[in-house]
Design a protein around this ligand. Structure first.
Ligand SMILES: Nc1ncnc2c1ncn2[C@@H]1O[C@H](COP(=O)(O)OP(=O)(O)O)[C@@H](O)[C@H]1O
Ligand SMILES: [Mg+2]
Length: 239
């Protein structure tokens, strides 16, 4: 088997709250993911799925624990090295899109790559190609605020994949999509998996979960592997 793309061990995340008890959201997360694998994360709203994806994708720092990505520890990376690693190898489809509403669609697609080596005209070409794939060729120059929820979701997806990531995180990526668009996204993710991209997603969408090699439920700050075929009980702690 190939080397893991991601290896998290004992990750914790505690949010300090002024004059309130600190909020301990992640209490020792252990997770391993290989190229071409899909990992599904479930759990009720507020349990910490977004927090976990943020820590695993270098958007946020865990309070403690170790995270190795692509075979190397991320512990001592500078802010700049973290950003570079994210730009070059990691994509993230945000639950709330995090788009710049006043900027045109195409620029939103490539905004994360602007500090990279690719010139702007080349990035625009790449963005246009991707937008065509997701059926948004007519919206390339529209301001994002003019787009529908489903279009924003598709845009958020194209932005996440423009850097050809080896590791894609998706936070409830079909929650704003109609059935046709959700199926389309499912096909896209399937194709990524076939080309050995590792996909880690928080979702309750049964079709997306059906793609997953492993499904975990986040509960009380730890991951529980859902390993029964009916998918109704989560019985064993992380592998
Ligand atoms: N930056 C933050 N500061 C303080 N609390 C936070 C922060 N981010 C998230 N939380 C809290 O952590 C909990 C888990 O949030 P989240 O990870 O968004 O859950 P989920 O994605 O499962 O709905 C929530 O109670 C939320 O209010
Ligand atoms: Mg969330």
């Amino acid at each position: 088997m190939s080397d893991p793309v991601l290896e998290a061990s004992g990750l914790t995340k505690i949010f300090g709250r002024r004059s309130l008890t600190p909020l301990s959201i992640l209490r020792g997360i252990t997770l391993k993911a290989q190229p071409g694998q899909a990992i599904g994360l479930t759990g009720p709203s507020g349990v910490g799925k977004t927090t976990l994806l943020s820590c695993l994708s270098l958007i946020d720092l865990p309070t403690s624990g170790s995270l190795r990505l692509f075979g190397s520890s991320t512990h001592d990376l500078s802010d700049r090295a973290r950003s570079e690693l994210r730009r070059e190898k990691i994509g993230f489809v945000f639950q709330n899109f995090q788009l710049l509403e006043d900027l045109p669609t195409w620029l939103n697609v490539c905004i994360g790559q602007l500090v990279g080596p690719t010139p702007l005209n080349r990035l625009r070409e790449q963005a246009l190609k991707l937008l065509e794939v997701v059926g948004m060729e007519r919206q390339v120059d529209c301001a994002v605020r003019q787009l529908s929820g489903g279009e924003k979701q598709r845009l958020a997806y194209t932005r996440a994949v423009i850097g050809s990531p080896d590791l894609l995180f998706a936070d409830e990526p079909t929650s704003n999509l109609d059935t046709t668009s959700a199926r389309f996204l499912l096909n896209q993710i399937e194709a990524l998996l076939e080309s050995d991209v590792c996909v880690i997603m928080a979702t309750h969408d049964a079709s997306l979960l059906a793609l997953c090699d492993h499904i975990y439920e986040l509960r009380d700050g730890t991951l529980w592997h859902r390993n029964d075929s009916a998918g109704t009980s989560a019985i064993c702690l992380e592998e």
